[in-house]
Design a protein around this ligand. Structure first.
Ligand code: MG
Length: 364
């Protein structure tokens, strides 16, 4: 070997060794664990639920303001075989629904035209809550990644937030995007409490915060810090109210299972006048919610009395005006369809849907 080439090769080998030494000094986590899909035996039947007859008794009106039923329709099971479905979000441009199957470490995609089901992303870093921003981009909370990400229109992934005050987030759970582009999310940390819905790791944030991020500047701030376990999050249609669920009940019977409401200033990133909006969930609880264009709050219900499993709808004044009964614990829901009048419901191992007379708020 020519002397110069020998010296170059030696230098390169030294650099490689240095790189390896450096790399060996850091232990990287796996890039998300991959679960084993649930194959129900026998499969839960798809189609209208047993006992459906128009008007569907699964849709229970308690007040004339409730627009749960379109009349000539019924609650249907449209997909099944998940371990824990959560975080549904609808993409009108493609007429498909995405939702997380958290323990299976995947995001599923259901095409609305023929209910075709496929895997959108795996591993998903044990994704949980999803939403869509005004530019049509997917925004996702990841348990495994302990971060909030945005999937760009070219498919690349941008990290929106993964730390606060130099410390890792706990495990972001659910997210909403305001009209000014700011991203608001909850960080209770369920995803690092075990190895099933994420990866068990120590908490670094002292509190279970609700955060607001300005993606233009990267600025992240705490909006509220006094929740036991902040979970579902949604704006009212006029974005003057912010609803946040507390699922603190999972941490002990003396903790809350309720929805709080705040006056919110989306530009200042501040909330005020917080109070309990709905609180009769215990011993079960609600996990996720969406508003319709009338300002009604549609939320999930489950974990306790099976007769209460499903969806509840609350008027803006906090009155319970209707229920939708589903034969599994429900975690989350969203409005979809080209008229935003199709309610998609993530219920444990299955995805349910029904047409309503309501329309989802344009600001999810
Ligand atoms: Mg949640």
């Amino acid at each position: 070997m020519h002397r110069r080439a020998f010296l170059t090769a030696t230098a390169a080998a030294a650099a490689t060794a240095a790189t390896l030494t450096s790399a060996n000094a850091v232990t990287e986590r796996p890039n998300g664990e991959t679960g084993v899909p649930l194959t129900p035996r026998p499969p839960l039947p798809l189609g209208p639920l047993p006992g459906s007859r128009y008007p569907d008794p699964h849709i229970e009106s308690l007040d004339k303001r409730f627009k749960g039923s379109a009349g000539t329709g019924a609650v249907e099971r449209i997909a099944t075989g998940f371990r824990w479905a959560e975080g549904p979000v609808y993409f009108p441009a493609g007429r498909f629904l995405l939702f997380s199957d958290i323990p299976n470490n995947r995001i599923m995609r259901l095409s609305e035209d023929d209910n075709h089901l496929s895997v959108f992303r795996q591993p998903s870093m044990n994704s949980n809550g999803n939403t869509i921003d005004r530019e049509g981009r997917l925004v996702t909370c990841e348990h495994g990644g302990r971060r909030v990400t945005r999937t760009e229109l070219d498919g690349s992934i941008t990290i929106i937030a993964d730390k606060y005050n130099g410390k890792k987030l706990n495990a972001p759970n659910d997210v909403a995007v305001a009209a000014n582009g700011t991203i608001w999310f909850t960080d209770p940390g369920y995803g690092i409490k075990g190895d099933y819905e994420g990866l068990m790791e120590p908490f670094e944030q002292e509190k279970k915060n609700v955060f607001r991020v300005d993606p233009k500047t990267g600025d992240i701030k705490v909006v509220v810090d006094d929740f036991v376990m902040p979970n579902g999050i949604a704006f009212s249609p006029d974005e003057k109210k912010l609803y946040v669920i507390d699922t603190g009940l999972t941490e002990g019977p003396d903790n809350p299972a309720h929805i709080r409401v705040f006056d919110v200033d989306i530009d200042a990133g501040t909330v005020s006048n917080g109070k309990v909006f709905a609180d009769n969930f215990s011993p079960g609880f609600t996990d996720g919610m969406r508003c319709d264009t009338d300002g009604n709050v549609w939320c999930s219900m489950g974990w306790a009395d099976p007769k209460e499993d499903g969806v509840r709808c609350y008027a803006p004044d906090g009155t319970l005006i209707g229920k939708i009964h589903v034969p599994e614990t429900v975690a989350n829901l969203t409005f979809g369809g080209m008229r935003r009048n199709r309610l998609y419901i993530c219920g444990s191992t299955s995805l349910y849907a029904c047409y309503t007379s309501a329309r989802g708020a344009l600001k999810p």
